[in-house]
Design a protein around this ligand. Structure first.
Ligand code: ZN
Length: 180
C-alpha cells in the first residue's frame, strides 16, 4: 500500500507535521541537494566522540566498565564547570564518559533525581565549535550553550537543547589540540 503522508521533523527536531507526498519529495530533495538546514547540520558532525552515562558514584561504575567490561580508563577529571567528576574509557577511537555529580544541585544531579542512572547524552566531535554553533543557530536549532564552555581534557563543548534534537541531549566537542 502506498503511503501518501509522512511525518517529518520541523526545525525543532520533533516529528510535528504531516505533509502530503508532493511536499515530502521537496523535503527529501532539500536534504539530498544541500539546501537548507538539514544539509548544513549533517556536514558539521565529524563523528561520535563519546556517549555520556550518568552514574551516582564513579567507583561502582568503574567496577562495571573497567573491571567487568574491561574498557581502558583514558582519563579522569573533576570538571567543576559542569559540576561532575568524569571518567573517559576507550572504546576504539571513541569513549564512554561516566558522569557523577559533585552535588545534587547540578545538571547531572537533577537528572539522576528525576530519571535515575543511565544514558545521559551523545557527543559529536567537531573541528571548529564556533563555526558549528553559528551554523546551528542559523538553522534555528535551540541551544543550551550559546558560547562554548570548558569540557573534559580542556576540550571546548556546548550542549544543544533536547527539544531541538528529538529528546536526545546532544553535546558537540572540539578536542583540545585537535582530534584525539
Ligand atoms: Zn560529554
Amino acid at each position: 500500500m502506498l503511503i501518501k503522508r509522512l511525518e517529518i521533523s520541523d526545525r525543532s527536531g520533533f516529528p510535528a507535521r504531516v505533509v502530503p507526498a508532493r511536499r515530502r519529495r521537496v523535503a527529501a530533495a532539500a536534504v539530498q541537494g544541500g539546501e537548507g538546514a538539514a544539509y548544513r547540520l549533517r556536514a558539521v558532525f565529524s563523528r561520535i566522540d563519546h556517549i555520556g552515562v550518568a552514574v551516582n558514584e564513579i567507583e561502582p561504575a568503574l567496577e562495571l566498565y573497567r573491571d567487568r567490561l574491561e574498557l581502558e580508563v583514558a582519563h579522569r577529571e573533576v570538571v567543576s564547570e559542569q559540576g561532575v567528576e568524569a571518567v573517559l574509557l576507550d572504546v576504539g577511537e571513541n569513549h564512554v564518559e561516566l558522569l557523577a555529580p559533585l552535588s545534587e544541585d547540578t545538571p547531572v544531579g537533577r537528572f539522576l533525581a528525576k530519571q535515575g542512572p543511565g544514558m545521559h547524552h551523545v557527543a559529536y566531535q567537531v573541528t571548529d565549535i564556533d563555526a558549528v554553533l553559528a551554523s546551528l543557530k542559523e538553522a534555528g536549532m535551540q541551544l543550551i550553550d550559546e558560547q562554548p564552555r570548558t569540557g573534559i581534557r580542556n576540550s571546548r563543548v556546548a550542549f544543544l537543547h533536547p527539544r531541538a534534537t528529538g529528546g536526545v541531549l546532544t553535546e558537540i566537542v572540539e578536542p583540545a589540540g585537535g582530534a584525539h
